[in-house]
Ligand binder design. Sequence first.
Ligand code: PLP
Length: 376
Amino acid sequence: MFCVKSHHFLEWTIDKLYSRGYDRVTLTERKEEFSMAKVNVDWNNLGFAYQPISQRYVANFKDGKWGEGHLTDDANVTINECAGILQYCQEVFEGLKAYKTKDGRVVTFRPDMNAKRMIDSAKRLEMPPVSEEMFLEAVDQVVAANKDWIPPFESGGALYLRPYLFATGPVIGVKPSDEYQFRLFGTPVGSYFKNGVKPITICVSDYDRAAPHGTGNIKAGLNYAMSLYPYILAHQKGFDENMYLDAATRTYVEETGGANFLFVTKDGKLVTPKSDSILPSITRRSLVTIAEHLGYTVEHRPVKFTELKDFAEAGLCGTAAVICPVGKVVGNGETIEFPSGMKEMGPVLTKLYNTLRGIQLGTVEAPEEGWIREIK
Ligand SMILES: *Cc1c(COP(=O)(O)O)cnc(C)c1O
């Protein structure tokens, strides 16, 4: 049995039911009953949308130091109107998942890598980094407190975790804030491929994602704010995603708004684009290690747009999908159709995908120690 301890969550549920025509008085009278209800989620029809769950982690930075972190059932943040996040966008974030393995354990995949990357991101935006220890503590506490919200193994879903750090102290002159908050919440998400694996079509964006020597290599909300306009444009034109080229010469492939590229050559080598303005994806780095272990040759190097027509397979990689196959790229006056086609993921990427998913779900052994962090 799961007990909904959160008053806010209960009110939220009641509001939702009320908006669907249920009678509020009856609903409020039945609060006790609801509060003892099991988590009511249709695991097989979960998409990727926020839904508040029982507990989240909060810690505050004040007077030059981080205070004790703790769990709270309050899903809302109250901050000053002049907070640094609201005025000058001082915010960095991470994304990772907690899974239920086949044998019933609860695990996260390489959360130490997310902790380290958030330290790098924070430093670039003049924010006090959250120590790796506090980050992992937050992951462990939130996952342990919300076990009923982790989708079952069979559903292919996961508990998506969103750690983030933002400036809460007021700033009007441009400078780093004096006060910050670190939060980590979870939300259950469905299998990325619940309607089957379908290769996507990508267009080359007329806009740039990241400048040389800019902030493309850190995970910050500001990189996403400016990608929304080209993202909507791409959708209006019937494409699934944008391919961004290097801003300086517009001849090299960088990444999409939120995932790195993987390519496979006709002789079976894995190629991943290299650039200082690409976000270092943990999924990509893990897939590279796996590929090397499986005996593939891996090249991490600048990739020219003109090379695309020579590749056999293409894909995007990131926490959300692990690998999403790309069937077609349109741009620079050409349409490139990869030989792997629009029906399925190519054989090399499928092999890498199955191996990484197997590691995450506990059916395949990881190539290195520490990839799987079990949460009791
Ligand atoms: C988060 C992110 C990725 C994927 O990184 P993972 O660690 O694999 O989830 C790729 N590109 C951008 C711009 C991102 O923000």
